[in-house]
Ligand binder design. Sequence first.
Ligand code: DAT
Length: 191
Amino acid sequence: MKILVTGTPGVGKTTVAKQLAKNLGYQYINVAEFAIERGFTLRFDKTLKTHIVDVEKLKKALGKTLKEMDKVVLDTHLVDAIPSDCVDLVIVLRLHPRELESRLRARNYPKQKVMENVEAEILDYVLVRAVKKLGEDLIYELDTTGKTTANLVNEIMEALKKGKRKCGTIDWINVLEREGLIEKYLVSKNQ
Ligand code: DAT
């Protein structure tokens, strides 16, 4: 079984993926580290303080590595770098945009990077990429808001055991509208 844990940066992928791998006795691959260690980066974006990854090179190398592995948990927001025939289950972690914003601020991310990631979470960006690239049938989408890592890992183990899949159940736009927060996040800064 090969499990991908994905989601917008800051939702808790690394924390959950490491604990899940530990509980299952699986190997763990942090795809960002894998890419940097092998030099699959094109440049460093100083404004966003982030490495721009050569997705095609990374995908090829990951494909090779994953073919030789059986029990592994992978962690990345770069769904496009995952070869489609190489994973059996895709966990898409979601987080309330307000909580995501405060976590990314706490990480001292540049303001632009915080807002881009919060908008991506609101607009289901990673989920949509995962559906398109890997297929809805592999996806288990999980709202992490207010849940502990232990809770989340238990829920994933349960989904694994029962073969449960879940996709398209989270609608942040609706939630933000109800909470009166939609304009804070989605109204153009020029208005
Ligand atoms: P990601 O790998 O998606 O970027 P992370 O695992 O590095 O995310 O976690 C981002 C931050 O959030 C980090 O400071 C730890 C914290 N965090 C992770 N899971 C959490 C949880 N279930 N509840 C509260 N905080 C959590």
